[in-house]
Design a protein around this ligand. Structure first.
Ligand SMILES: Nc1ncnc2c1ncn2[C@@H]1O[C@H](COP(=O)(O)OP(=O)(O)OP(=O)(O)O)[C@@H](O)[C@H]1O
Length: 660
């Protein structure tokens, strides 16, 4: 299998700087207009080209109108025409032409805005889908680094900014540029002297306003960045509302959010806030923005009077006609407006390009653990896809540390042999690396040393989709989706699932009874992340979901949280049925589960310290005895005589306390 490329965010090894590095990597990806244009397909590029032709048409119409009307003015004051009727009929002719040209311009303008809007929508829809697909393909370590709020903000606000660039700002920029150039050419056509003066003035105004334009772009970027941070906080809090409310932390969350947004009620209207919030940045942005436009328009119109003044002089000198001067006047206004809008759209384009840097960072990022290839890539993929999975698992001297904490070993020289169709219980102190073993078997992370094999094949050589399709996974806190029970249960299967199959899996998972008691049965919506189900119910639905995939290897991360006795019993029964005929690895916390395992792996300090069966370990493994002693939850499940024999000191004490 090909080695995945390293992304900019992975260049550093220092975990402390990881967050900053990830953020820096997002900011440092090169913005690119070319990449943006590559998001369009040929037909869209063609439509954009047509829209530019329409721009030329509509702007030409707008600019031609004053020239046509100028003729009417000249006829009005033409002393060589003595007959008023003749004068009026000539004026009528010109004005009718002017009206037709204006209407043609309006139609062309309507068509261009519509085309650009539709193309913009298509591009942003494609961009969002590609971006989402790329995010889904990233390896799990990537999600350890990037907060979900940040990614949601890339998908939402940044892509919207890009849409505006494609459908509005870039076309506006081109339109205004064409408009300004054409108007300038026409101005030179009317009077070189006057045009020279006017252009000099426009250039000076433009140059003077440029720094303000740049400042506006900078402030807009800052605004987006802070808003992104606020969104990260709010997404996190809204997604964990029960925790927020259970800890009565609403105020804390409010503060975290308003620290980024700003509190306008605590500051007078005219006073800028001190902290770096969207309010503060927006405060200055509004000032700079209005300063920019006031300056451009104020200076522009002031200068217009100067050129008019000189224009009157040229008319008196017979160097141009009055009609030419009126036409010139409207062109200079057009140039002024075009320049102002040009500066505005440049600022927006830069803002959008900033967002494109962040979006393209994600679009270009190559996942370090390839995700399942799409069906079209299937032939190209050189990963192994054996006809079937038997289920023999082997860990050979595996050492591992998480990419986000490379210096902290999580597994050291772990060797394990798990024969097919047996159940292995992983036990050990908290943080000893049990769940990590489960994660590594699904290849959520790649190991640093050693080898993990399934049926003799190195995990890295196996097709990821094939691997994961053959592995069922029930998490400690199963995560369900805000869908119906049926949709949740069939989440991992690509084929059609019949009602009989669904019920059979639910019965095996001891979920059928509670599901059928619900008014809408399998069509019941479970709420976001399954909030409408109890912990035990969620686990049983998750077990049924894993069973429906017909997995050969089943990974169970047993819940540490206490379920009531009835739930626990049902979950246990579900597990008992699920393990039959499969290779099962359970991160076990209950003695009842552990005792039934074919082998128990005792982990301590990131190493495997003992492997054996329950009775043997009870006799020979001090760490195992220690674990049993400490975990009162387990003690509850051992027969009293057995415990007394095993742990005399502990049991006598507990009996004396009377709390067993
Ligand atoms: N995504 C992660 N990034 C960095 N470190 C992690 C990550 N997940 C776990 N760890 C660390 O790896 C170590 C092993 O964690 P693991 O979840 O495998 O322990 P465990 O034995 O399953 O614990 P428990 O019984 O409490 O669930 C812990 O020190 C933990 O802090």
């Amino acid at each position: 299998m090909k080695e995945a490329n390293t992304s900019p965010s992975d260049a550093t090894e220092d975990p402390k700087n990881k967050d900053d590095d990830a953020a820096a990597a997002l900011a440092s990806s090169k913005p690119s207009i070319t990449k943006l244009l590559h998001l369009m397909d040929t037909s869209e590029k063609l439509m954009i080209a047509i829209s530019f032709i329409l721009v030329i048409g509509s702007e030409a119409a707008n600019l031609l109108t004053p020239l046509i009307v100028a003729n009417a003015y000249d006829i009005l004051v033409d002393s060589s025409i003595s007959d008023d009727e003749e004068r009026m009929s000539s004026i009528n002719r010109y004005l009718i032409i002017a009206i037709i040209v204006t209407i043609a311009g309006i139609v062309a303008g309507f068509l261009r805005v519509t085309i650009q809007g539709v193309v913009g929508e298509r591009v942003v829809a494609r961009l969002r889908c590609r971006l989402y697909s790329k995010i889904l393909k990233q390896e799990i370590a990537f999600f350890d680094e990037h907060k979900s709020g940040e990614l949601v903000s890339r998908l939402g606000s940044d892509t919207t900014l890009l849409q505006t660039v494609v459908s509005q700002n870039l076309p506006d920029f081109v339109t205004q540029l064409i408009k300004a150039i054409t108007a300038i050419v026409l101005m030179f056509y009317l009077s070189v002297k006057l045009a020279g003066l006017a252009l000099g003035g426009v250039v000076i105004i433009f140059l003077l306003s440029a720094p303000m334009g740049k400042l506006m772009a900078k402030l807009s970027k800052q605004y987006q960045d802070i808003l992104g941070q606020a969104q990260t906080h709010s997404t996190e809090a809204i997604g964990s509302m029960r925790t927020v409310q259970a800890f009565a932390a609403e105020r804390k969350e409010e503060a975290r959010y308003s620290n980024k947004i700003g509190d306008p009620d605590s500051i007078p209207l005219w006073w800028p806030p001190k902290d770096k919030t969207t309010y503060r940045v927006g405060f200055f942005k509004s000032m700079v923005q209005s300063g920019f436009f006031s300056f451009v328009f104020g200076a522009g119109f002031g200068f217009l009077n100067v050129t008019l003044w000189y224009g009157f002089y040229l008319v008196l000198q017979d160097e141009m006609t009055l009609g030419d001067l009126t036409a010139f006047n409207s062109y200079i206004i057009s140039v002024g407006f075009a320049m102002g809008q040009l500066a505005g759209s440049i600022a927006k384009v830069f803002e959008g390009l900033g967002a494109s840097g962040r979006v393209f960072y994600l679009l270009d990022r190559i996942p370090q653990i390839p995700k399942p290839p799409s069906s079209s890539d299937e032939e190209k993929d050189d990963a192994i896809k054996p006809a079937e999975m038997v289920g023999n698992v082997e860990f050979e001297d595996v050492s591992f540390s998480y990419p986000s904490r490379p210096s902290q070993p999580v597994l050291q020289d772990v060797s394990l042999t798990i024969p097919a169709n047996t159940t292995t219980a992983l036990v050990g102190s908290s943080g000893s690396g049990k769940s990590t073993i489960v994660a590594l078997l699904q290849r959520f992370y790649d190991i640093n040393e050693g080898r993990i094999t399934i049926d003799g094949h190195d995990l890295k050589t196996l097709d990821l989709r094939w691997l994961r399709k053959h592995i069922g996974y029930v998490q400690q806190e199963p995560s369900l989706f805000g869908l119906t029970i049926r949709e949740n249960m069939t989440y991992g299967v690509d084929r059609e699932v019949t009602q009989e199959e669904l019920e059979a899996a639910s019965k095996d998972a001891h979920a059928h009874e509670f599901i059928s008691q619900m008014p809408e049965g399998y069509e019941t919506l479970v709420g976001e992340r399954g909030v409408k189900l109890s912990g035990g119910q969620k686990q049983r639905v998750a077990i049924a979901r894993a069973l429906l995939t017909n997995c050969r290897i089943l990974l169970l991360d047993e819940a540490t949280s206490a379920l009531d006795a009835e739930s626990e019993h049902l979950v246990q029964q579900a597990i008992d049925k699920a393990v039959k005929g499969r290779t099962v690895i359970i991160v076990a916390h209950r003695l009842s589960t552990i005792r039934q395992a074919n082998q128990i792996v005792v982990m301590h300090n990131h190493r495997v310290v003992d492997v054996g069966q329950h009775d043997t370990l009870l006799e020979k493994s001090p760490k195992y005895q220690d674990l049993i002693k400490r975990q009162s939850v387990m003690i509850r499940n051992v027969s009293e005589s057995g415990l007394k024999k095993l742990l005399p000191g502990v049991i006598d004490e507990e009996e004396d306390d009377g709390d067993r």
